[in-house]
Each structure stands twice: as structure tokens, then as C-alpha cells.
Write a protein that binds this ligand. Structure first.
Ligand SMILES: NC(=O)c1ccc[n+]([C@@H]2O[C@H](COP(=O)([O-])OP(=O)(O)OC[C@H]3O[C@@H](n4cnc5c(N)ncnc54)[C@H](OP(=O)(O)O)[C@@H]3O)[C@@H](O)[C@H]2O)c1
Length: 285
């Protein structure tokens, strides 16, 4: 399956314009929080922020072991970046509040929040699936990110950037078995739109990261839908670009990591003066 793209160049791996080692994209002095930083896209996003010189990166997830592994992987090579880990379940409001308050008191206000952690319910039809399994998509992707937003706001820098790692599936009409994921990720993306409208001082962006080999993606291997894989350094680098001043014209939008950032910049006026790349109803108005 090949996807349509609003830019001529459709990337599947990182490229110089989004290279996190570029001085243009430096995050030196910034405090970054990444949920699900112990594995997959979150782990490599942590690496990209370390490459861009972030001063502090706080990793959140339920499994302390994987968070510590990410920290260990980067600690020696990126000694200018302090990495801290917080074992917290997004669904547990109190543990999130404690973690975000500790991050604020240890490092200062939070400049960048990457809401990356997510849950993919087992792929089955509505008729066949187990309700609790299906609903866990809403527990983690909606309630969990609701808790995250609420725990983050009191500790956010005035002009903080918030990136929600969503999925391009929300733009597709139907994918067999994906109802639990599709509906909960759609609801979650809309919730981040509300964050944007309610806090215009923040930068908020929904991002489709691409199709990446991860533990979560492995659950889709028998789904019968074959999607082409992208390199994990594509979304990782793209997120670093997205929190830079260059990307501010995308505030409140939903973009795919594949889209060429130079071509997007060329479309800035059109994007800012229209509802381009926002969620709505196809064919209306
Ligand atoms: N891989 C893809 O092809 C793809 C495509 C589109 C979108 N995405 C999105 O990308 C994001 C990252 O997924 P991934 O593919 O990198 O999968 P992954 O490697 O399985 O990572 C998911 C991460 O979320 C964390 N997590 C899950 N439930 C949590 C909870 N209740 N509280 C705190 N942390 C929790 C996990 O850590 P613990 O288990 O330790 O808590 C894990 O680190 C997700 O939002 C996913 O929807 C992925």
C-alpha cells in the first residue's frame, strides 16, 4: 500500500533538513519529557534529543528496566544530556503527577513533552474482541494522555511544545481489526487539538511517525494488511525538527513524519490561513 503525500518528497528515513545534530535544531538548555521512552519510537526519539543537545531528558514508562536501558545506552556518548527515569503508568493519575512535579523541581519547567506511549488492542472485529482488551486502547491512549496533559500543564514552560505521537491510521477509512486502536487514537488526537485551542501559548502537533518495527507493530504481523516500513530515525529526527522554531507554522496541525519539511515550509502561508492538516469530516463543507 502506498500513501498519497502533500509533498513531492516522501521520506522513509532521516535526511539533512531534520538532522538532530544540526545547529539549527539544537535543544541545548531544554528540558524534555518523553513517555514510552524505554522502547521503540520513544527510545530513538530520546537518542535524537540527546544528539540535539537537550540538557535534561526525563523518560516515563511502566517498566523501569527498559527506561534504564535507554538511559545506559546514551549516558556515556551524550554526557551533556542528563537522563532521568520515572516508572509511572499513564493510567495512574497520582504517579504521573508525582513524576512531573519531581521533574519540574529537579530541572525547571518542561520545554518539550512527547506523548509517545500508546496501546494497540488485539486486532479483532467488534463482534469477536474482548471488551476490556478493546477498551484498554481508550484507557491508555485517551485517559492516559488526559492524565498526562493535566499533570504536565502546571509544570509547562510558557511556550512549551507538545508532540502527540498519533497514527496515520486515523486518516484511513477502515483497516480490518483496528477499531479499538483507530477510535482511541482518533479521540486522543482530538484531545490534543483541544489542548491547542485551550492553551494558544503552547505549540501542539499531532504526528504520524510512520510504520516502524517495534513490539507494538509486531502485534500487527498477522493482520493481513501489509504496510511498508520506515526507519525509526525518521520520526525521531522529525520530532526534534517539529519542536524547533522552524515548525511553529504547524501549530495545531496533524502531519506525517514522511512529509518533506522544506516543502511544508513553502506551504506555511496556505497552512496558517486554512484548515489544512486538521481533523474534520471528509466532503464537508
Ligand atoms: N510502530 C509503529 O508502526 C507505529 C505506527 C503509528 C503510530 N505508532 C505510535 O507510536 C507510539 C510508540 O509505539 P511503538 O511502536 O514505539 O511501540 P512500543 O515499542 O511498544 O512502545 C510503546 C511504549 O509505550 C509505553 N507504555 C504503554 N502503555 C503505557 C502506560 N500505560 N503507561 C506508561 N507507558 C506505557 C511502553 O512502556 P511500558 O510497557 O514499559 O509501560 C512502551 O515504551 C505509540 O503511541 C503508537 O501508537 C506506532
Amino acid at each position: 500500500m502506498a500513501f498519497p503525500s502533500p509533498t513531492k518528497n516522501y521520506h522513509t528515513t532521516s535526511y539533512p533538513d531534520i538532522d538532530p545534530t544540526s545547529a539549527r535544531l539544537s535543544t541545548k538548555g531544554k528540558n524534555v519529557v518523553i513517555t514510552g521512552g524505554g522502547s521503540g519510537i520513544g527510545g530513538d526519539t530520546t537518542l535524537a534529543f540527546a544528539k540535539s543537545g537537550a540538557s535534561n531528558i526525563a523518560l516515563l514508562g511502566r517498566t523501569e528496566k527498559t527506561l534504564l536501558e535507554t538511559k545506559k545506552r546514551l549516558a556515556t556518548q551524550y554526557s551533556g544530556t542528563a537522563i532521568s527515569t520515572y516508572a509511572a503508568d499513564l493510567v495512574d493519575k497520582q504517579s504521573l503527577e508525582r513524576a512531573l512535579a519531581t521533574i519540574h523541581s529537579s530541572f525547571g519547567t518542561i520545554d518539550v513533552l512527547v506523548a509517545n506511549a500508546g496501546y494497540l488492542p488485539t486486532l479483532q472485529s467488534i463482534a469477536d474482541t474482548d471488551l476490556d482488551e478493546w477498551y484498554n486502547g481508550f484507557e491508555v491512549n485517551v485517559k492516559g494522555n488526559f492524565n498526562l496533559i493535566r499533570a504536565f500543564l502546571p509544570h509547562a514552560a510558557e511556550d512549551a511544545a507538545v508532540i502527540n505521537i498519533s497514527t496515520g491510521i486515523v486518516h484511513l477509512p477502515f483497516l480490518k481489526g483496528y477499531s479499538g486502536y483507530h477510535t482511541s487514537k482518533l479521540a486522543s488526537a482530538k484531545m490534543f487539538d483541544y489542548l491547542h485551542k485551550e492553551h494558544p501559548n503552547l505549540f501542539v502537533l499531532n504526528v504520524h511517525p510512520g510504520v516502524i518495527v517495534t513490539a507494538m507493530n509486531d502485534k500487527t504481523k498477522d493482520s493481513g494488511t501489509v504496510l511498508p516500513f520506515d526507519d525509526v530515525d525518521l520520526p525521531a529526527s522529525f520530532v526534534v525538527w517539529a519542536v524547533s522554531p522552524e515548525a511553529r507554522f504547524l501549530n495545531g496541525r496533524f502531519v506525517w513524519a514522511h512529509w518533506d519539511v522544506n516543502e511544508l515550509k513553502g506551504m506555511a502561508k496556505d497552512i496558517e490561513s486554512s484548515d489544512k492538516f486538521t481533523l474534520g469530516l471528509l466532503g464537508w463543507p
